[in-house]
Design a protein around this ligand. Structure first.
Ligand SMILES: Nc1ncnc2c1ncn2[C@@H]1O[C@H](COP(=O)(O)OP(=O)(O)OP(=O)(O)O)[C@@H](O)[C@H]1O
Length: 622
């Protein structure tokens, strides 16, 4: 990789990790450490407190987990059991608890030694917390609130933290904005002085500084800028191309329809909206045109959310409409401070109101922040996020681990101010790399938009406020009904993801069949060529090797990008209309060997799950 290429050809073997970990890494099919892993792992192995700041999707999780496991595995098993956990990983959301827990569990399985890892979240009863802490487990993954409540309700005695040898604050830039300041202050005095503390974050902010002071001792600070001694200030992966589309607010449904119906964006796509109602409006609208999608928001029960994330990750549906928790209704952050967005968020959440909010709403939930979505090729901002940090976290859900991705923002007149601030921020804070600029989206022609306008406006009129309210209530009812059953069912059959469909049709009326296809007379040859370009790009999979896998310097020809090679204003693709060879080496090609719905999870163990399946189906029919 050009900008992120790292120290020569160093591999995991040269970082000082022990053999069992190296075996696990190779089973995970990781070829080379990412830049942040290269820098952080040796320092952590030396026992230093480390603050690691690296962009979204850069592999920070393994940067701390691998040396953490090394340290625990190296301990003498004959030394007897310790009073409490040896390592605690603090994350801001339950989804992240699950994610980090799963990564650790997988590695431990491959390492072949039975260290115990548990996750503690506030959804667990005191009895379940007690059961989880029996042993005690060597590794606990939790939110600050859950750990603090374990201490206060005595499920974990403060004295047992004396055996703590590693504490990790993951997604540190989010921990305070999620309202955990008081919890962290409660925990800090119980952390032994000898405990090694690690702080991982995608961005820097006053919050990160505060946390650093609260728990770290004389840490080494790593910023991506310092990796390789190269100037790389980007806070977003350079493999993500950013685009903007200006349109009227009431035309957003139409624009979205054109992008999806004409296949102008690469799947899978994560589409962000700022309110739950908007996500249902969009869903109801799209399903009239035969385009299925699922919604994800903080209102859904936790089991459903986890299931939706898993189903999306394995490719059971292509479009996920996510309402993220922007935590502010105010305007964007000032552009001079990188994390001003988060500060603004903080102001809106004084610590005194955190407890109240937690009771009303599931605040251990962030929909997407830090979540490692697999193979998301496009992020769409249907609504512009109200803060710059929100933009960075959204866009960071694509282009992960050096894969190619695109971020497209639909910008209405009302949102132009936000866009201006964002662009100003990017130009002031980010180096001149092309990926940091928002260019016009080239595959969309005025003709394509007008061709679907009449139909779109007609259907949009039918998606009334009442229809949205009903669909939202129906979805919630169904998901609550499913939630408990999902829990027991998936404990027994974790791979049985297809059992529930999250992209089911919610409209009362079945979509009209004539809206599913675009008739010949509405088709626009230029847009069809653009659509073919996208398809060809997708078909040209296997050409793109993750940037992290290669330490060799690679050239990235601009013309490899179909969005650059093609403009809706021109009639032809450079390199031939249907010529997949002339298409995307980088931007839109899928990762080698990647197949739809085959991210390593099988499609279900049908025998053992038949009765649960029937039960679930009976419930859903009712
Ligand atoms: N050395 C590696 N080679 C290839 N892929 C890797 C490597 N290390 C991690 N990955 C993959 O990169 C993806 C992103 O990693 P991770 O979730 O740790 O990113 P992150 O830096 O924590 O991002 P965020 O700040 O958004 O949470 C994951 O799918 C992970 O499996």
């Amino acid at each position: 990789m050009e900008e992120e290429s790292s120290d020569g050809e160093l591999g995991f073997e040269e970082l000082g990790l022990e053999a069992r970990i190296l075996r696990a890494v190779s089973k995970l099919k990781l070829e080379k450490p990412t830049p942040i892993q290269l820098k952080a792992i040796p320092l952590i192995l030396q026992g230093k407190d480390v603050v690691a700041r690296a962009k979204t999707g850069s592999g920070k999780t393994l940067a701390y987990i691998l040396p953490l496991l090394h340290k625990l595995l190296a301990d003498d098993p004959s030394a007897g059991t310790s009073a409490g956990p040896r390592a605690v990983v603090l994350v801001p959301t339950r989804e992240l608890c699950q994610q980090v827990h799963d990564v650790v569990a997988k590695l431990l399985e491959y390492c072949g030694r039975s260290l115990k890892v548990v996750q503690l979240t506030s959804s667990l009863s005191v009895a379940s917390l007690r059961a989880a802490l029996v042993g005690p487990p060597e590794i606990v993954v939790t939110t600050p609130a859950s750990l603090a409540s374990c201490l206060s309700n005595k499920t974990l005695s403060p004295a047992s933290l004396v055996s703590l040898s590693v504490l990790v604050l993951d997604e540190a830039d989010l921990l305070l904005s999620y309202g955990y300041e008081e919890d962290l202050k409660t925990l800090a005095p119980h952390i032994p002085r000898s405990c090694q503390c690690l702080l991982m974050s995608a961005t820097s902010s006053e919050d990160v500084e505060k946390l650093k002071k609260l728990v770290l001792h004389n840490p080494v600070t790593l910023k991506l800028t310092e990796v390789d001694g190269q100037l790389d200030d980007s806070i977003l992966p350079n493999s993500v191309q950013q685009y903007k589309i200006s349109c009227k607010l009431h035309d957003k449904l139409l624009y979205m329809l054109v992008l999806l119906k004409f296949g102008l964006i690469q799947k899978k796509a994560l589409i962000f909206v700022n309110s739950i109602d908007t996500s249902f409006r969009l869903k109801l609208f799209l399903e009239q045109f035969g385009i299925k999608s699922a919604v994800l928001n903080a209102e859904l029960p936790q089991n459903s959310r986890l299931h939706i994330l898993k189903a999306f990750n394995v490719g059971l549906f292509d479009y996920l409409l996510a309402t993220d928790d922007c935590r502010t209704t105010g305007h964007h952050a000032g552009h001079n401070d990188e994390m001003a967005g988060l500060k603004e968020v903080d102001k809106s959440r004084s610590s005194s109101d955190n407890k109240g909010r937690r009771a009303q709403k599931d605040t251990e939930f962030g929909v997407v922040r830090g979540i490692d979505f697999k193979n998301v090729r496009t992020v769409v901002n249907y609504d512009m996020p109200p803060t710059i940090s929100g933009y960075i976290h959204r866009v960071g859900r694509t282009g992960r681990a050096g894969n190619a991705g695109a971020a497209i923002s639909l910008v209405s007149l009302e949102e132009e101010e936000l866009l201006r601030s964002l662009e100003e921020f990017l130009s002031e804070n980010v180096s001149t790399k092309n990926s940091t600029q928002l260019g016009p989206f080239p595959l969309l022609s005025g003709k394509a938009i007008e061709s679907l306008r009449y139909r779109a406006e007609d259907v949009a009129r039918g998606v009334t406020k009442i229809a949205v309210r009903e669909a939202r209530a129906k979805e919630l009812r169904l998901e609550i009904l499913n939630s408990d059953l999902l829990k027991t069912h998936f404990e027994d059959n974790p791979a049985d993801l297809e059992l529930l469909k999250h992209d089911k049709v919610l409209s009362k009326q079945q979509p009209a069949s004539h809206l599913r296809t675009v008739p010949e007379y509405l088709r626009d040859p230029t847009t069809e060529a653009a659509s073919m370009a996208v398809k060809a790009a997708r078909a040209a999979m296997g050409q793109s090797t993750s940037r992290f896998y290669s330490n060799r310097k690679r050239r990235k020809p601009q013309s490899d990008d179909p969005l650059k090679a093609f403009s809706a204003g021109s009639k032809r693709l450079k390199g031939g209309k249907n010529d997949a060879r002339g298409l995307p080496g980088t931007l839109w090609a899928r990762k080698k060997g990647e197949k739809r719905g085959s991210s390593g999870e099988s499609r279900g163990n049908s025998k053992s799950s038949n009765s649960s399946r029937k039960k679930l189906h009976r419930r859903r029919k009712r």
